[in-house]
Design a protein around this ligand. Structure first.
Ligand code: TXA
Ligand code: MG
Length: 331
């Protein structure tokens, strides 16, 4: 595995050409997006795509997101491009929104887990966009972490977790959004929000009207659930305990218990005080919190924490995506 530093705003054409050559040859290249680092392969090459599943230990039924340089390239993998897709793309691309649309037969089943839809997005990171333009291919890329573990927000997270399973990592420093894109299924009659992200349901509703949750979707709801939304996900090695500020005594009890066994305890706190060994003071605003979250979990995991106590975040819509990731990591 090789790590090459790139300027986040002006990546060198030589480095991009090198990465593109590897991708054309069927190798895996990890690259930054505005959300998290992706583990990329040529989306039209079924063998290359298989290498992604092998590297991540990802079940083959969990489909991948196809990254493209612009809306025209998205239409090359989509069998239909509904009016809704055009409006959403115009409003949110490049950006952290993934659209699930009917797929063209050229997209291998390996990418979509055999579904007749494909997830596609135009990322907002200059390095990702420059790479997509240089390679001139759609790039399938899940988050560059072993299946069910914490997503990477730095090149070092990728290197640590995947090592020689990836040929090249482009290092443009930490990502800015910090959690994965919003996934919206627009392949059916009603838009269905499959994964919350920093583009909120309310923002989507401004463009396409009411957005359903998978539970609320009509008869075909079961099929349209995101196969990847496994219960435990985004998880550190440590046990994660979510505690609200009103339950502070419970958090103290849990810390004491771990200390009695000689274990190291970490904590992600906003307002609470807690005698944990490693405390990370988290931001009070959802955007800044999301940007910091995975890095903080990686740090506490690396410090060997057996338990990570996380102070719950507010119940409001602005915190929905962060809440979703915290709840999944605590299962
Ligand atoms: O921000 C992101 O989306 C990052 C960066 C690298 O772009 N990628 C990412 O990929 O988070 P991944 O593979 O970790 O998550 C993809 C999600 C999964 O929940 C998967 O089940 C869902 O998208 N998905 C992909 N194709 C789908 C499809 N055809 N129908 C329904 N859900 C799909
Ligand atoms: Mg992932």
């Amino acid at each position: 595995m090789q790590i090459l530093a790139v300027d986040p705003e002006h990546p060198s054409p030589d480095v991009l050409e090198r990465a593109a050559a590897l991708l054309r040859a069927g190798a895996l290249v990890a690259f930054p997006t505005e959300t998290v680092y992706g583990l990329g392969a040529n989306a039209l090459d079924a063998d290359a795509v298989q290498r992604i599943y092998a590297a991540k230990g990802r079940p083959s039924y969990n489909p991948l997101i196809v990254h493209v340089a612009d809306t025209d390239a998205a239409r090359q993998v989509a069998r239909a491009w509904p009016e809704r897709a055009a409006r959403l793309a115009a409003r949110f691309w490049p950006g952290p929104l993934t659209l699930v649309v009917p797929k063209r037969p050229e997209v291998p089943d390996a990418v979509t887990g055999g579904l007749d839809t494909v997830a596609v997005r135009v990322p907002a990171h200059p390095v990702a966009l420059a790479l997509l333009r240089t390679v001139g291919l759609p790039i399938a890329a899940p988050s560059a972490n072993p299946s069910t573990r914490i997503s990477p927000t730095t090149a070092q997270h990728v290197a640590k977790a995947l090592g020689d399973r990836v040929s090249l990592v482009l290092d443009a420093g930490p990502t800015t959004v910090g959690i994965e894109s919003t996934v919206l299924d627009i392949s059916g009659d009603e838009p269905v929000l499959l994964r919350p992200g920093m583009i909120s349901a309310a923002q989507l509703a401004e463009v396409v009207g009411e957005v359903l949750t998978p539970e609320a979707a009509p008869a075909d709801g079961e099929a349209r659930r995101s196969p990847g939304m496994m219960a435990r996900h985004y998880a550190p090695r440590a046990r994660v305990l979510l505690v609200s500020a009103e339950n502070e005594p419970m958090a103290h009890f849990a810390v004491r218990e771990e200390h009695q066994r000689g274990a190291t305890v970490g904590a992600l706190l906003r307002t609470m005080e807690l005698p944990a060994d490693r405390r990370v003071r988290m931001p009070d605003e959802p955007g800044a919190y999301a940007q910091r979250l995975y890095g903080a979990l990686h740090e506490l995991d690396d410090a060997g924490c057996a338990l990570i106590v996380v102070e719950r975040v507010p119940d409001s819509p602005a915190w929905a995506a962060v809440r979703d990731r915290l709840e999944r990591s605590a299962r």
